[in-house]
Ligand binder design. Structure first.
Ligand SMILES: *[C@@H]1O[C@H](CO)[C@@H](O)[C@H](O)[C@H]1NC(C)=O
Ligand SMILES: *[C@@H]1O[C@H](CO)[C@@H](O)[C@H](O)[C@H]1NC(C)=O
Ligand SMILES: *[C@@H]1O[C@H](CO)[C@@H](O)[C@H](O)[C@H]1NC(C)=O
Ligand SMILES: *[C@@H]1O[C@H](CO)[C@@H](O)[C@H](O)[C@H]1NC(C)=O
Ligand SMILES: *[C@@H]1O[C@H](CO)[C@@H](O)[C@H](O)[C@H]1NC(C)=O
Ligand SMILES: *[C@@H]1O[C@H](CO)[C@@H](O)[C@H](O)[C@H]1NC(C)=O
Ligand SMILES: *[C@@H]1O[C@H](CO)[C@@H](O)[C@H](O)[C@H]1NC(C)=O
Ligand SMILES: *[C@@H]1O[C@H](CO)[C@@H](O)[C@H](O)[C@H]1NC(C)=O
Length: 470
């Protein structure tokens, strides 16, 4: 499978050897070069439209003014699937709808709906059972909308599998990815608004969707899935059956330790700057800040971000390593972390025990904090997926999460209270483990890169989120 990838890259006249590894952290021209080459290799082939502004679907319509959250702004009933690498038999719709931002203002959001060939029947119903998907980090520019990715970012890690089983999957892009607004990366409760309103909006135009729904997210989306459970306790919409938080980092930034070199932490500094006035020029060195701004200005996403920062340590990137202890960062952590609040339905937490991206401490701390206040009223399960890393844990636990979703639609009762368990293989020691592997399909499915693919020179780099709480 790797051969087909190399063939594709060769056909594009590009090779990894063109990426200049030796960039100094002060040499913006060199960083720009390797960022652009990386983007051309790893991102642009997976975009449906580049730049995304060329697709009028993503432009904000005039009737946003006066719209209420959950109302439809645009409807693309049947998308042209030939631009996508979705499995045969599946189809796609896109919607633009109204959501709300941190000020309570109405803002536009976009979403795709992935349709199964035929719906999974429940209890004699012919409706399409609905799963609301909350995606993981894809980048911080509007170009990084997952509805604009040929593989919808998660391919068989989640969304293709769900549709193959007969679920309709509504996948929000989150406000600011796709739509022409600021993207508040890791502001879980805002993304939770986007998911919940994507459900209402989709149901309003597609009556064949079930009224009941399950939410499910991974990584950044795991935090969002958790926030949806909390939102359903205070501000519910109908039909919620439960939520699955896979590899969630409940605490989007650790506020007790110095910053690391993760590009995700650099991304979240943009959110904190936008929401709480963190002055980026006082924490970043000039070239790394300009490099991140460049990534955004060229519509770069995760991979371009990795390439920009690839070989730098935290001291290369920041002038102030303790900026996560600043008041704006603490305010963001206080207002946007999840856990320690009631839930409006059952929650399943899936966490790889060998997760190198988010670690395991955050999910466990969040589980403990939530269990401490639930008083046995709701079911919360923490399943440790033994020896599996951040994305591999999604494949390894697939049977479990599919069963959990099916059980919710069948109204199978859950035991209230908190439980932990382990999901491990009898073949431990011989199971497939790698975090970063390629999935390539050849024509008629032209090559798909899963977003787990990284060039080998980046494998040792630290992509981690903060593990601890505040
Ligand atoms: C980018 O780097 C490659 C490899 O070092 C070099 O061949 C190419 O000329 C550079 N491109 C630009 C635009 O600087
Ligand atoms: C906005 O316009 C679209 C297209 O005419 C329409 O389908 C939608 O219902 C309108 N939404 C609102 C909130 O007016
Ligand atoms: C669908 O998109 C393909 C290219 O992605 C294009 O060739 C084709 O004409 C489009 N079909 C329609 C009906 O627009
Ligand atoms: C970070 O890397 C630079 C070289 O880019 C090096 O001079 C410095 O000692 C490193 N700092 C730490 C704390 O490792
Ligand atoms: C670095 O940031 C911390 C937290 O905001 C602050 O207390 C400290 O004064 C800053 N250091 C410098 C040198 O600006
Ligand atoms: C969660 O609680 C368990 C049981 O009290 C404890 O063993 C564990 O250390 C806690 N984990 C974290 C991260 O707080
Ligand atoms: C759990 O019990 C405590 C103390 O009685 C109460 O303050 C809290 O609201 C309860 N939590 C829920 C979710 O009912
Ligand atoms: C199945 O449908 C019947 C008839 O509408 C209803 O009484 C029953 O509660 C449903 N069962 C489940 C598990 O949803």
């Amino acid at each position: 499978m790797y051969t087909s990838l190399l063939t594709l890259l060769a056909a594009a006249g590009l090779a990894h050897s063109q990426i200049d590894l030796a960039c100094s952290s002060t040499d913006l021209a060199c960083i720009e070069n390797r960022t652009r080459v990386d983007q051309a290799l790893l991102e642009i082939p997976n975009f449906v439209t580049y730049p995304i502004q060329d697709d009028p679907f993503y432009a904000t319509p005039a009737n946003i003014s006066g719209a209420k959250p959950g109302q439809i702004l645009k409807l693309e009933q049947r998308s042209n699937v030939s631009a996508y690498d979705i499995p045969p038999g599946q189809s796609l719709s896109r919607i633009m709808y109204a959501s709300v931002d941190n000020f309570g203002d109405v803002v536009p959001a976009t979403a795709a709906i992935l349709w199964p060939f035929t719906p999974k029947p429940f209890n004699g119903s012919s409706s399409y059972p609905l799963v609301a998907w909350a995606h993981g980090t894809s980048g911080i520019d509007r170009q990084c909308a997952i509805s604009n990715l040929r593989n919808l970012q998660y391919d068989f890690r989640s969304v293709f599998t769900l549709a193959s089983m007969g679920y309709a999957v509504v996948m929000t892009d989150y406000v600011g990815l796709g739509s022409d607004n600021f993207f508040n990366y890791l502001a879980y409760k805002l993304h939770a608004n986007d998911v919940v309103y994507s459900v209402s909006a989709a149901q309003s135009v597609f009556p064949q969707l079930s009224q009941e729904w399950v939410s499910f997210g991974h990584s950044e989306g795991g935090g969002v899935a958790w926030a949806i459970g909390e939102r359903q306790a205070t501000d519910p919409i109908p039909g919620f059956l439960g939520t699955i938080a896979a590899a969630p980092p409940p605490f989007p930034i650790g506020t007790t330790t110095n910053v690391g070199n993760s590009v995700f932490t650099a991304f979240v500094s943009f959110t904190i700057s936008h929401l709480y006035g963190l002055d980026l020029s006082t924490i970043f060195k000039p070239a790394p800040l300009q490099a991140l701004q460049l990534v955004q200005s060229i519509g770069g996403c995760n991979d371009a971000g990795y390439a920009a920062f690839a070989t730098f340590n935290a001291s290369d990137i920041y002038t102030n390593l303790s900026w996560p202890m600043s008041q704006p960062a603490k305010d963001f952590a206080r207002d946007y972390s999840v856990s320690g609040r009631p839930l409006g339905g059952p929650m399943l937490i899936l966490q790889g025990s060998a997760d190198t991206v988010v670690g395991t401490v955050g999910a466990a701390a969040g589980f403990n904090a939530t269990c401490a206040i639930l008083n046995g009223t709701t079911s919360v399960e923490y399943v440790s997926v033994i020896d599996q890393d951040h994305n591999p844990s999604m494949y390894a636990s697939q049977r479990l999460w599919l069963q959990w979703i099916e059980d919710r639609f069948n109204h199978v009762p859950l035991q209230a209270g908190c439980r932990t368990s382990e999901l491990g293989s009898a073949f431990a020691g011989n199971v497939q483990l790698p975090e970063r592997f390629t999935v390539g399909y050849t024509k008629p499915w032209i090559t798909i890169f899963t977003s787990t693919f990284l060039p080998s020179y980046l494998w040792p780099s630290n992509l981690g989120y903060a593990q601890g709480g505040s």
